[in-house]
Design a protein. Structure first.
Length: 202
């Protein structure tokens, strides 16, 4: 009994450590949220919608080989596999199947550096968006373009994050320090924009 209890506590600690690392990834907040939704199997794939009694065909509309589960959409589908095939590093040498995306991400989290995990998360998010464009807008994006777009987005976000962490900015060739008490607001949509809001303003 004590041994079983110890194993259970260890499992809880491991999962807590896993989620702590996921939420600390230096990626766009919507990418972190996407990884959480993928691991919890609540992305609106055809298979998930079908399981919730939505009257649709659960078969993958891209390859037609099997039901569109989260693991299939992000890892096993030819669209996803073609994107991962052009990625560099250890992503090309990972397991080919993903019956559970949560177990796959747990495995990657144990093997990958922070930078590799951030790249994986952003590329997976980009694959999901490319699938949606194909299914709903009939727009096909080449694997290399999906990968490059994801990496550019990640690099731009991390570059801006580093810039925002510095208490100064450049204006007209002159570097100026931010006024004391300045609060920085950053919004990320199609374009990056930054607002400086001194204390005392609502």
């Amino acid at each position: 009994m004590r041994r079983d209890s110890g194993a259970e506590h260890s499992s809880v600690r491991d999962e807590k450590r896993f989620w702590s690392r996921i939420w600390k990834l230096n990626v766009l907040p919507k990418v972190r949220n996407f990884v959480w939704r993928a691991c919890k199997d609540i992305l609106p794939t055809w298979a998930n919608l079908y399981r919730r009694k939505v009257p649709i065909d659960p078969l993958c509309s891209i390859c037609g080989l099997t039901d569109e589960t989260v693991g299939h959409a992000l890892w096993e589908c030819p669209l996803a596999r073609n994107v991962w095939a052009v990625a560099r590093g250890r992503l090309q040498k990972c397991v080919a199947t993903a019956q559970s995306i949560f177990l796959l991400v747990r495995d990657l989290e144990e093997k990958f550096t922070g930078e590799e995990l951030e790249a994986w998360a952003t590329v997976a998010w980009a694959i999901w968006n490319a699938r949606n464009r194909y299914c709903f807008e009939d727009k096909q994006t080449q694997p290399a373009d999906i990968l490059q777009g994801a990496m550019n987005l990640l690099q731009d976000y991390q570059r801006l994050s580093r810039h925002m962490a510095e208490p100064s900015w450049t204006w007209g060739g002159t570097t100026r320090s931010a006024p004391e008490g300045t609060v920085h607001y950053t919004c990320f949509s199609l374009f990056n924009c930054t607002f400086f809001k001194p204390n005392g303003y609502s």
